[in-house]
Design a protein around this ligand. Structure first.
Ligand SMILES: [Zn+2]
Length: 301
């Protein structure tokens, strides 16, 4: 297989293998704001009481995944009622469509509940069979948050300092590219800044950190869904050291042998700030890091 991806900082196009699906978890910022968010959630439920049943105001009636989404994406997910997420723009999203889905359907046609169907296992560095936590994304939710077009997503991007350079298409590193465009939505740019600050303290890791692009509005190769790179909260790094499942097979149902050449220290720093790693997927994509605090939260972080 091959993936092509583009680096962006200078509009440079690189050809490389890439990835593009990504997962991950926990926003420390949000995790620390638990009490105020609870208060907010309660307030929301109260305000909707006129339309509501008394039961809906009970915490027990809110699925765990919906509660996590309210906690980590408080700007957008304001409440839950009658099986729907209540969004800040007044719209709603069906939380669980009730359909039984195949593995591929869980990726291509996910409702919010499906995003929690897989285990992001922080206790093992070898992903469980067919466990791809984070590859499943409810597009309706992500487009509402990050933007529903290249233009809409682009309008929320800012330059984040990335002092480790960008990969060139000849396998080298362009040190003159010192920023990467990342979204301000959900504070993802701020979380990436924290990742950078920690990575800077580890010179031994810097050779793995040349970036190969973040924002790129496009579908996942061979699939109907948008790549996580479409939303501006995903970055690929260290392509030179990357491994990608599609180099073994393009069939999602095939047996895939796990491979990884990335130091786990890098992964732990990203995860600490709410990013999941594609190397924790059975269908691994080790260059891929994606801001997905809900996945980390669900993993117990
Ligand atoms: Zn990627």
């Amino acid at each position: 297989m091959k993936y092509s991806f583009r680096t962006i900082a200078a509009g440079v196009m690189l050809a490389a293998m890439i990835c593009c699906i990504a997962p991950s978890m926990t926003s420390c910022k949000n995790a620390n704001a638990t009490s105020s968010e609870k208060a907010q959630a309660v307030a929301v439920r109260t305000s909707s009481d006129s339309l509501d049943t008394p039961q809906a105001a009970q915490d027990g009636s809110i699925p765990q995944g919906a509660r996590i989404l309210m906690e980590v994406y408080p700007t957008f997910v304001k409440g839950y009622k009658d099986g729907r997420l209540l969004m800040s723009d007044g719209s709603t999203i069906v939380y669980d469509d009730g359909r039984k889905k195949s593995f591929v359907e869980l990726l291509d046609d996910a409702d919010p509940e499906d995003m929690f169907a897989f285990k992001y296992d922080l206790d093992s560095w070898t992903p469980g069979k067919m466990q791809d936590a984070g590859r499943s994304r409810c597009e309706e939710l992500f487009k509402k948050m990050y933007g529903n077009s290249a233009k809409a997503v682009s309008s929320k991007l800012v330059a984040v300092r990335w002092p480790f350079g960008a990969a060139t298409n000849k396998g080298g590193v362009n040190k003159n590219i010192k920023t990467v465009k990342f979204t301000t939505v959900n504070g993802a740019n701020k979380q990436l800044e924290k990742v950078v600050a920690e990575l800077e303290k580890h010179p031994e890791l810097h050779k793995y950190l040349a970036q190969s692009g973040a924002f790129y509005w496009r579908p996942v190769r061979g699939a109907k869904r948008q790549s996580a790179h479409s939303y501006g909260m995903t970055i690929d790094i260290g392509v030179k050291y990357s491994d990608y499942w599609r180099n073994q097979s393009t069939n999602e149902n095939a047996n895939i042998a796990y491979r990884n050449k990335y130091p786990h220290e890098i992964v732990e720093i990203f995860e600490k700030h709410g990013f999941i790693w594609g190397g924790r997927w059975y269908h691994y994509d080790t260059m891929h890091f994606e801001y997905r605090p809900e996945i980390l939260k669900a993993s117990g972080r």
